[in-house]
Design a protein around this ligand. Structure first.
Ligand SMILES: *Cc1c(COP(=O)(O)O)cnc(C)c1O
Length: 426
């Protein structure tokens, strides 16, 4: 029986047998014991599934990954040590030196650096496209060596909403998969696979964990992209892997399992960005209440955005849940008409000085380099993450000096508004 997403948040991925622990056990073990070498050999040859070393796979992680796969409507998933590792693995699993990526320009700064600086050093090129690009502009960004398209459902911190269906259509016109980072809305507010995305990634550090406890990431495969139909583009999936006894992932594991199996057998084996089982356990505690928490984050974000929009000291507010927001139409289509998360950006009329003054006076909102947990927080990019830039450079990058990004937690919205109100008073 297919349960609702609410029930899946609580129970998916783990069904204990008679007399077994009700809560997901933490397999805090680096290794696993076998009776014979033949049995272990089968695991090494990927002929049997099982565990032999936690750098590649661990049962606690796999239980939690299976839950996330169900939440996103995918066929397979894996956990990584961070969201950065998830995005790197998702891309590098199908790209190599000489490949090219088409990416939305409105993405998380860490991912922007990963693609434009670090992956460039590996010989992987990128063309950035506006999240508002026309179909013609999207088509023009693709090259013969393009292997993936990348974007964020709701971009951190710009809060642009991606037209996932249109990006997926463009990716598929050029025979490459669309990878979507769905960190901000979580599968509670948007399931990109339903709109045509092929691979979904997460920084589970944010709402999925939800309590600011553990850095982590996840990759989910939709099982929809036909690697064999584009075998010339994806030799890593469609020709024998000599480093794994000649296994051809797309043949042995099909569309449903090839991507995650390769990412585990190759990327995890060689790069080792595994999530610790203890952190996977914390992540699962967060997931158990994700469906209860997300509506509250959205409710608080909406109330705060509406308050800020009406305030005389505020020049502008970005929040896709606002009727007048540039991305509200896409929020109606992809986010059920909500803001999709609790993160709100606003610009003060008084610029950098006013932002510093307001931040200093906030009490419920703490100054933090974080978003998306139970406690509300705030950040002024001009004086923190982007402090090396001049006011002119900031303006050119679309991050005015007076911009404050706030993350509305799970506190009472009346207290959040009262805190902002006193901080905005002269
Ligand atoms: C935070 C974040 C990341 C990076 O995740 P970490 O867990 O910090 O490595 C990637 N994408 C988005 C959208 C994020 O918000």
């Amino acid at each position: 029986m297919d349960h609702s997403i609410n029930t899946k948040c609580v129970q998916a991925g783990y069904a204990p047998g008679n007399g077994e622990p009700r809560q997901v056990p933490i397999y805090q073990s680096t290794t696993f014991k076998y009776e014979t070498s033949e049995e272990m050999g089968k695991l090494f040859d990927l002929e049997a599934s099982g565990y032999f070393y936690t750098r590649l796979q661990n049962p606690t992680n796999d239980i939690v990954a299976a839950k996330i796969a169900e939440l996103e409507g995918g066929t397979a998933a894996m956990l990584t040590s961070s969201g950065q590792a998830a995005n790197f693995f998702a891309l590098f699993n199908i790209c190599e030196c000489g490949s090219h990526i088409v990416a939305s320009s409105s993405i998380y700064g860490g991912t922007f650096n990963l693609i434009s600086v670090t992956m460039a050093k590996m010989g992987i090129d990128v063309t950035f496209v506006s999240p508002d690009a026309t179909d013609e502009e999207l088509d023009a960004a693709f090259q013969d060596n393009t292997r993936a398209m990348f974007g964020e459902t709701i971009a951190n911190p710009a809060l642009t909403v991606l037209d996932i269906e249109r990006f997926a259509a463009a990716a598929h016109r050029h025979d490459v998969p669309l990878i979507i980072d769905n960190t901000f809305p979580t599968p509670i507010n948007c399931r990109p696979i339903e709109w045509g995305a092929d691979i979904v990634t997460h920084s589970t550090t944010k709402y999925m964990d939800g309590h600011g406890v553990a850095v982590g990431g996840a990759i989910v495969d939709s099982g929809n992209f036909d690697w064999m139909a584009h075998a010339d583009k994806y030799p890593g999936l469609t020709t024998p892997d000599d480093s794994y006894h000649g296994v051809t992932y797309a043949e042995r594991f099909g569309k449903e399992g090839a991507f995650i199996t390769k990412a585990t057998a190759q990327m995890m084996r060689d790069l080792g960005c595994i999530q610790s089982p203890q952190n996977a356990f914390y992540l699962n505690l967060g997931l158990e209440s994700l469906h209860v928490r997300m509506p509250r984050h959205v409710e608080n974000g909406q109330a705060v955005a509406e308050f800020l929009e009406a305030h005389p000291s505020v020049a502008s507010v970005s929040y896709p849940g606002l009727k007048g927001d540039k991305y509200h139409d896409r929020a109606v289509k992809y986010l059920g008409g909500t803001g999709g998360c609790g993160v709100v950006s606003f610009e003060l009329k008084g610029g950098r000085e006013a932002a510093e003054k307001v931040m200093k006076k906030l009490k419920v909102f703490a100054i933090e380099t974080h978003v998306a947990d139970a406690r509300s927080c705030c950040l002024n990019p001009a004086t923190s993450t982007h402090r090396q830039m001049t006011d002119e450079q900031l303006a050119a990058a679309g991050i005015p000096a007076g911009l404050i990004r706030i993350s509305c937690g799970l506190e009472d919205k009346a207290d959040l508004i009262a805190d902002l109100k006193q901080a905005l008073e002269d």
